[in-house]
Design a protein around this ligand. Structure first.
Ligand SMILES: *Cc1c(COP(=O)(O)O)cnc(C)c1O
Length: 225
């Protein structure tokens, strides 16, 4: 496992996906998802030039932040229990899993600065996935005006568990269309210009469909667990 080589490969693939879809590769940010790897491996990614890191559990986030510091941006990407918000809120730059009002309320209560949040959408409708249905998403975002610490920078989705790349692509397309609908509403607290979508197996499709943040774990830093 050579993180630097992996990053080069991923960067090349992203650049090619951008060319295919007439996008600027500078608009695509790679989040190294370190939930399955050691601090050592995380440091390798930092040394290779990664400046965005993602963790899906509070313990993992705090352990890595303690070791690495807050120079890179930290993204909380997993399901977030309301009672854990106070543990992580001072260290995260982005929360990717805002999917309910009770969580928004807790973020509002604990934050001492504006927090950039992605609203998580369950586009595929799989029961195992968290997130709002596409129909619930816009009313939910509008109601977040009650929580001035929350800025909705974009939408986040996970691809369905399938090998069918067209099905995956359709999910990403749906998320992009929904984000454009939100943008058209010009909601002050919800610029919604970012799209968090794409993981190790599907980030190239996600980039072709407009991802601005891809969350890559195993194919970048590996999986030590
Ligand atoms: C684990 C995880 C990832 C990264 O998964 P890989 O397939 O290892 O790239 C991305 N997003 C979320 C929400 C995750 O939990």
């Amino acid at each position: 496992m050579n993180v630097r080589e992996n990053l080069e490969t991923i960067t090349r693939n992203i650049n090619e996906a951008c060319e295919r879809s007439s996008r600027q590769s500078t608009n695509v940010n790679v989040i190294a998802v370190t939930k399955y790897v050691s601090i050592e491996r995380t440091k390798e990614a930092l040394d290779a030039g990664v400046s965005n890191f993602g963790e899906s559990r509070d313990e993992g986030l705090l352990e890595k932040v303690n070791a690495i510091g807050t120079d890179p941006s930290w993204h909380f990407i997993g399901t977030l229990q309301s009672r854990k918000v106070k543990e992580i809120i001072d260290y995260v730059d982005y929360i990717h899993s805002l999917d309910r009002r009770s969580l928004a309320k807790e973020i509002q209560k604990r934050a001492n600065r504006e927090i950039s949040c992605f609203v998580q959408v369950n586009v595929s409708g799989e029961e195992s996935k968290h997130g709002l249905s596409p129909n619930e998403t816009i009313p939910f975002i509008e109601a977040l005006k009650d929580f001035p610490m929350i800025k909705v920078v974009g939408l986040m989705a996970m691809a369905p568990n399938t090998e069918d790349s067209e099905e995956i692509r359709n999910v990403f397309k749906t998320l992009r269309t929904l984000s454009e609908t939100v943008q058209d509403l010009s909601i002050a607290h919800a610029p919604c210009t970012e799209l968090s979508m794409g993981m190790s197996n599907d980030y190239e499709i996600a980039v072709e469909e407009g991802a601005t943040f891809v969350r890559i774990g195993s194919s970048l830093v590996g999986n030590e667990k």
